[in-house]
Ligand binder design. Structure first.
Ligand code: 5RP
Length: 262
């Protein structure tokens, strides 16, 4: 195993590498955002360049689009694709029903649109993302900049009647400025500690004027591939009930690590 990867990066890489096996020539594929999704894009890039894989991909952020192009993957818009065969993306948390918190990387809006427009969504994650109940990771919501402090106050007021442990709402910053998403919006991070009823919270948050979308992905993901620092991978498909365990040999992917060594 190349010692160039930390156990955390190994876990992310092996999850991504295993999930890349779900991608077949001819597919239209949604590409997630984040460090785990970046490994997926690298794996697919290698499969395109060296294995003759032919796919068209819809990225969920400008960052992922740039990486996909760099890797030689054909990039199309969701409007051009219409509908996708498969989306593979990371997550900040997933629960036993495969409900997710996403948006730690600020791309939740495009991620949710793309995942929802897919026959199948596969989550790739290291084992630390698995939780019994969502909410320890702050829940991101995307809000329009106009009147965001009012939106934030309304969100805080709404949280008082929700089944959550914490109610703190924090505007995400980038240096000294509010963080701006690819869609030109801001992100509020909701520090809830524990979300008792994610489905209800997701519905209620989206009723607040100024809220564009929330980072709760309910009934969207079909399967999860969980990577471990020692190269083991688990796959659980909640739509079929199938589970499997295996191992990814990192030596077979030496090419992907070449640029890390340079
Ligand atoms: C970006 C996301 C990411 O999928 C999530 O933050 C996980 O990122 P990473 O793979 O870097 O841990 O939702 O908006």
């Amino acid at each position: 195993m190349p010692d160039i990867l930390s156990p955390m990066d190994t876990a992310k890489f092996v999850a991504a590498r295993r999930a890349a096996d779900f991608v077949e020539s001819g597919m239209k594929v949604g590409l997630g955002t984040g460090s785990t999704a970046a490994w997926l894009v690298k794996c697919l890039g290698e499969m395109v360049r060296e294995g003759g894989l032919k796919i068209r991909a819809v990225p969920t952020s400008t960052r992922t689009a740039a990486l996909a192009r760099e890797e030689g993957i054909e990039v199309i818009t969701l409007a051009e694709a219409g509908w996708l065969d498969l989306t593979i993306d990371g997550a900040d948390e997933f629960d036993p029903d495969l409900n997710l918190i996403k948006g730690g990387g600020g791309a939740l809006l495009q991620e949710k649109i793309v995942a929802t427009a897919s026959d199948r969504m596969v989550v790739i994650a290291d084992a630390s993302k698995s939780v019994e109940a969502l909410g320890a990771f702050p829940l991101p919501i995307e809000v329009i900049p106009f009147g965001w402090p009012t939106t934030s106050a309304l969100v805080e007021e709404t949280l008082c009647s929700m089944d959550v442990l914490g109610q703190k709402v924090v505007l995400r910053m980038n240096g000294g400025e509010p963080y701006v998403t690819d869609e030109g919006n801001h992100i509020l991070d909701l520090h809830l500690q524990r979300i008792g009823n994610p489905r209800q919270l997701a519905l209620v948050l989206n009723q607040i004027p100024g809220v564009v979308e929330n980072g709760l992905f309910i009934d969207i993901a079909d399967a999860v591939v969980i990577g471990h620092g020692d190269g083991r991978v688990e796959m659980h498909d909640i739509s079929t009930g199938a589970s499997e365990e295996g191992r990814v040999e990192l030596a077979e992917s030496e090419n992907i690590f070449r640029d890390l060594k340079e």
